[in-house]
Design a protein around this ligand. Structure first.
Ligand SMILES: Cc1cc2nc3c(=O)[nH]c(=O)nc-3n(C[C@H](O)[C@H](O)[C@H](O)COP(=O)(O)OP(=O)(O)OC[C@H]3O[C@@H](n4cnc5c(N)ncnc54)[C@H](O)[C@@H]3O)c2cc1C
Ligand SMILES: *[C@@H]1O[C@H](CO)[C@@H](O)[C@H](O)[C@H]1NC(C)=O
Ligand SMILES: *[C@@H]1O[C@H](CO)[C@@H](O)[C@H](O)[C@H]1NC(C)=O
Ligand SMILES: *[C@@H]1O[C@H](CO)[C@@H](O)[C@H](O)[C@H]1NC(C)=O
Ligand SMILES: *[C@@H]1O[C@H](CO)[C@@H](O)[C@H](O)[C@H]1NC(C)=O
Ligand SMILES: *[C@@H]1O[C@H](CO)[C@@H](O)[C@H](O)[C@H]1NC(C)=O
Ligand SMILES: *[C@@H]1O[C@H](CO)[C@@H](O)[C@H](O)[C@H]1NC(C)=O
Ligand SMILES: *[C@@H]1O[C@H](CO)[C@@H](O)[C@H](O)[C@H]1NC(C)=O
Length: 521
């Protein structure tokens, strides 16, 4: 059909019935003028019956589902890049902020909330994946999830993989542009370290690839956060080799089994193990003890892993029967919370296994923490508000120490033993409950200050935390304010990010509470 995108009557319906009818009408009219391809079945206004369900569809943190959370004027689910060009031009013209959403996993909801009048560009329909086995490359659109990517890779080859996150529903767009790591981190680095090209739509609506955007902008979007620079529509990846079988184990130890000593010991071992092994730790209170799960992936067979554990970490007491050999894609299922007997097809599902209220924070550890320091952390885990709290240790070293801290904006490389992520979950709505649980994590974070990186106290950008830095920056983002969180996430790469931002979006159209500001503001 050659019909124009918006019928006149539809346009007037919007004009007369919406509260923001003025802006809305002008915006829709602008779209219809600009875009040959835009069609109404990709535009949702609050009047569409499916508006709420599409808004909620990828929200992973229930803190941002309340009625008081600001809602967008529109949600648009483009099917073609050209539609995004029009959306950007018309948003700019009408003073509407945009929020780009790929997988919706942002910890602070920045991909679907804003204090200013805004619309969501939801990339869910831009999720094509093309794998090129011989060249070991792939093109993946930003709206795909990493689970979909892993599944597509495994359909083409048992011996190729990609080093990204463990939660299958995480979106490619936010994840890659903020770094992205998983169990292949010590062997191959971050997702962002393995990106070789990208397509981005800039503030002028121009479609750029690596060549036309230039190396500075291409550098910035591999870890500096995509939302500050444009809308990234797709990424070209360099796939990595994985063996026919990998081996995994998950061993639980409690206080009664000397867990504090084990964790203390792990700090000297985890970051120094051969690159093929990653032993992460998940710590929580269980019943009235502290339990740590040592969750391990080894790129090799079970015999070799048992030998290596004997040599490196005999205290853990790994037995052959603790280990399971499986394909790499089954290990993705395992760490994604699925049974390894399930079809890898389940990784295509965008429905997350659980959705809760949560708040998280991150830290980097550069010196081993003494046992009494760890015991102090256990005291926090015994508090009432920590019933569903979780502390995760991810070892660095290996490939992470070989990559220069300036290679991409993600700066946490050599010298870091491991990363900590603190999470607190709760199940009840309401400010009071939220407040108690958020206070808990803030006090734990304060307690940890002496034990973690300083000057700056570093943090992982993909674990976004609005407590870092000064507030209200969505309206008053200034360089001085942004430097506070900017140095934590990016260290000495922050200034280069600001320079790139100034070059490509000097008027700061692409902004949010934690976007990189241009120099002028
Ligand atoms: C359950 C869960 C598990 C996680 N596991 C891991 C893990 O194993 N490893 C890890 O590294 N991280 C993990 N994360 C963090 C995750 O990497 C980040 O939240 C990431 O930013 C999510 O990407 P998204 O596309 O799903 O999020 P979104 O909320 O869609 O986007 C996040 C940010 O990126 C921007 N953005 C998104 N798409 C684009 C685009 N195409 N162009 C420009 N800007 C864009 C958004 O505007 C927003 O600012 C996890 C998060 C959750 C909730
Ligand atoms: C409009 O969008 C729908 C939904 O994505 C799509 O199926 C349809 O082909 C599009 N129509 C036109 C004319 O582009
Ligand atoms: C939203 O509602 C309008 C008016 O009823 C309709 O034309 C449009 O197709 C709807 N959009 C979607 C995405 O369903
Ligand atoms: C814990 O440590 C003590 C003292 O070092 C030791 O005697 C005991 O056997 C250990 N327990 C376990 C389960 O390893
Ligand atoms: C916690 O208690 C439950 C129920 O009694 C029990 O099944 C489980 O093994 C306990 N876990 C630990 C780590 O003690
Ligand atoms: C992979 O692991 C499975 C399960 O242990 C085993 O049957 C198979 O022989 C292994 N394949 C190789 C090539 O080692
Ligand atoms: C920002 O606001 C949050 C709560 O909204 C608060 O906890 C935090 O301390 C504030 N940060 C600064 C630097 O004021
Ligand atoms: C932002 O500023 C407003 C008014 O200046 C204030 O009410 C609000 O608490 C501030 N903080 C946040 C996080 O919005």
């Amino acid at each position: 059909m050659k019909t124009p995108s918006f019928s006149t009557s539809l346009f007037f319906t919007f004009l007369f019935t919406l509260s923001h009818s003025h802006i809305d009408g002008r915006f829709l009219q602008c779209l219809s003028l600009h875009s040959l391809n835009t069609n109404t079945s990709i535009i949702y206004t609050p009047r569409n019956s499916s508006f709420s369900s599409i808004l909620q569809s990828s929200i992973r943190n229930l803190r941002f589902t309340s009625t008081s959370t600001p809602k967008p004027l529109f949600i648009i689910t483009p099917t073609q890049e050209s539609q995004i060009q029009s959306i950007l031009l018309c948003s700019k013209q009408n003073g509407i902020q945009i929020r780009t959403r790929s997988g919706g996993h942002d910890y602070e909801g920045l991909s679907y909330t804003s204090q200013l009048p805004f619309l969501i560009i939801d990339l869910v329909k831009l999720s094509k994946i093309k794998i090129h086995v011989e060249k070991r490359t792939a093109w993946v659109q930003s709206g795909a999830t990493i689970g979909q990517l892993y599944y597509e890779i495994s359909e083409k080859s048992r011996t190729l993989g990609f080093p990204a996150g463990t939660c299958p529903t995480v979106g490619v767009g936010g994840h890659f542009s903020g770094g992205g790591y998983g169990n292949l981190l010590r062997k191959y680095g971050l997702a962002a370290d393995n990106i070789i090209d990208a397509r981005l739509i800039d503030v002028n609506g121009k479609i750029l690839d690596r060549k036309s955007m230039g190396e500075d902008l291409f550098w910035a979007i591999r870890g500096g956060g995509g939302a500050s620079f444009g809308v990234i529509t797709s990424w070209k990846l360099s796939l990595v080799p994985v063996p026919v079988n990998v081996t995994v184990f998950s061993i639980d130890r409690t206080l009664e089994q000397n867990v504090t000593e084990l964790i203390h010991r792990w700090q000297y071992i985890g970051p120094n193990l051969p690159k093929d092994i990653l032993i992460g730790i998940a710590i929580r209170r269980v019943n009235s003890t502290i339990q740590a799960s040592f969750r391990t992936q080894f790129l090799g067979g079970v015999e070799r892993l048992v030998e290596l554990m004997e040599k490196w970490f005999p205290e853990l007491g790994v037995r052959r029967e603790d280990c399971i050999e499986m394909s790499w894609i089954q290990s993705v299922l395992f760490f994604g919370g699925y049974s390894i007997e399930e079809s890898p097809r389940v990784l295509e599902s965008r429905v997350s296994l659980s959705s809760l209220y949560f708040k998280a924070k991150s830290d980097y550890v550069r010196e081993p923490i003494a046992e009494h320091g760890l015991e102090g952390m256990w005291d926090y885990l015994y508090e009432n508000e920590a019933e569903n709290a979780l502390v995760l240790f991810t070892p660095y070293g290996g490939r992470m120490s070989e990559i220069s801290e300036f290679a991409v904006p993600f700066p946490h490389r050599q010298g870091n033993l491991y990363k900590i992520q603190y999470l607190n979950y709760w199940e009840e709505a309401g400010q009071e409950v939220a407040g108690r649980h958020i206070n808990w994590i803030r006090s734990l974070y304060n307690y940890m200050a002496p034990y973690v990186s300083k000057g700056p106290r570093a943090a992982y950008m993909n674990y976004r935390d609005l407590d870092l830095g000064v507030n209200n920056s969505s309206t008053t983002t200034s360089y001085v304010q942004a430097r506070v969180w900017g140095l934590k996430y990016f260290k000495n790469n922050f200034n280069r990010l600001v320079r790139v931002k100034t070059m490509v979006d000097a008027r700061n159209f692409f902004r949010n509470e934690q976007s990189v500001p241009p120099f002028s503001t």
